[in-house]
Design a binder for this molecule. Structure first.
Ligand SMILES: C[S@@+](CC[C@H](N)C(=O)[O-])C[C@H]1O[C@@H](n2cnc3c(N)ncnc32)[C@H](O)[C@@H]1O
Length: 406
């Protein structure tokens, strides 16, 4: 049996959600980080649980051809936990994420292998390469006032001198210890660098953000529009993400002039604006969003689109209490990591749209919602994957759902 702080030699198996691979030692499941399928490694146990253990590959005895030297010196066992896949060649990261998506669709989504094969799922890279993409970085601050990032599955702050996945304008900011910066009163330092060229820094103390440099209102450029947004509000983190997702949603839904649409979990209105541009000035687009800051941003940014209505409510409440009612032609669902959930999916289906585009940042939650759609007589007609978060385990999906009868 495995013991804590034990080192064990093992052969690494398939990838699993969470940025690790699965191995077995004496029949016990071990989730191994910093490893690749097929490798022979010495793994150090980091956590022991009933039925499974976690471990880090600390010595590579037989390396996978997909292994590379991590570009970041902090992406090592026991150091920064921000990236999961720095040791994986960029093309192999895409294959890794594709395998995770396929596994979730069969295990949680209950699709057959043949159904998943028919979708031809791949995960596409975005322009710009695997480094320098992260336009929002929230650094944690340690007891000595040094900014850094958290160790994997820990609140321990690892002071760093540079985060290589951060946007170059964020890397240049004098916020990390090497610049001499100390933040004795802050619990976090929030940095933002936008597609509109704004750079903003704020400290967070007892949950309250205070501007240090730049404005707390920033400009983004996406979907052919200028956006004015609160620096701390939701916006896609990769500079190419917003345009990529809008293009995918429009391509899959193929909105026609005069069609009505819902943008559920609409944020500042990225998809509502794109849908309005396609369905034209005579068709109604309804955005539902619960965060007050995002609702205000949507109202401000969509003010030139009089047929777009912004409803300030939780999606589940708006649908259940019939504040938003069908019939509707098209729906965009872009929920947080927890997914839309069965009640929302069933209410969306009941509104009778001809197509639903589902933008998902968690394949597991998405797969569970796939099952609700299929149980309700719908099918996942197309699925695209995008590498919006290179070097990390995360992946973004855009699925097209249609009634089976179509
Ligand atoms: C992944 S973001 C998508 C935002 C927007 N579609 C975009 O691309 O910029 C999810 C959004 O859903 C909002 N949200 C989270 N839970 C919600 C709920 N139960 N009802 C309505 N909105 C919710 C969040 O505030 C956030 O703006």
């Amino acid at each position: 049996m495995l013991e804590e702080v034990e080192r064990v030699e093992l052969t690494v198996g398939a990838v699993a959600p969470g940025g690790h691979c699965v191995a077995r030692v004496d029949g016990q499941v071990v989730f191994v980080r910093h490893a690749l399928p097929g490798e022979r490694v010495v793994a150090e146990v980091t956590e022991l649980h009933k039925g499974f253990a976690r471990a880090d590959a600390v010595e590579i005895l037989e390396a996978s051809p997909d292994r590379v030297e991590p570009p970041c010196p902090y992406a090592k066992p026991g150091r920064c936990g921000g990236c999961d896949l720095q040791h994986v060649a960029p093309a192999a990261q895409l294959a890794w994420k594709t395998d995770v998506v396929r596994e979730q669709l069969t295990r949680l989504g209950r699709l057959t292998d043949a159904e998943v094969d028919a979708l031809g799922v791949t995960v596409e890279a975005l322009p710009g390469g695997p480094l320098g993409w992260r336009s929002r970085v929230r650094y944690a601050v340690d007891a000595a006032g040094r900014a850094g990032l958290l160790k994997h599955r820990s609140h321990e702050v690892v002071p760093i001198d540079r985060c290589l996945i951060a946007h170059p304008a964020i890397q240049d900011l004098p916020v990390l210890p090497g610049s001499g910066a100390r933040w004795p009163d802050a619990e976090a330092v929030e940095t933002v660098a936008t597609t509109g060229g704004d750079v903003s820094v704020a400290t967070v103390t007892e949950g309250v953000a205070t501007a240090v440099s730049g404005s707390r209102t920033v400009r983004e450029v996406a979907a052919g529009r200028d956006w004015t947004l609160p620096a701390a509000g939701f916006w896609q983190v990769h500079p190419a993400a917003a345009d990529t997702l809008v293009a995918a949603v429009l391509d899959l839904l193929d909105p026609r002039p005069g069609e009505s649409a819902w943008d559920l979990y609409g944020g500042a209105g990225l998809f509502a604006a794109a849908l309005a541009g396609r369905v034209g000035p005579d068709a109604r687009v309804t955005l539902v969003e619960s965060a007050a800051q995002a609702v205000a941003a949507a109202r401000q940014n969509l003010a030139d689109l009089p047929r777009v209505e912004v409803v300030a409510a939780r999606v589940e409440t708006a649908l259940a209490r019939r504040r938003v009612t069908g019939p509707v032609d098209l729906v965009v669902l872009d929920p947080p990591r927890s997914g839309a959930g069965a009640a929302v999916v069933r209410d969306v289906v009941a509104a009778g749209p001809r197509a639903v585009a589902y933008v998902a940042c968690d394949p597991a939650a998405f797969a569970r919602d796939v099952r609700t759609f299929t149980t309700a007589g719908w099918r996942l007609a197309a699925l695209r994957g995008y590498d919006l978060f290179p070097m990390t385990q995360h992946v973004e999906l855009v699925g097209l759902f249609q009634p089976l009868s179509d």
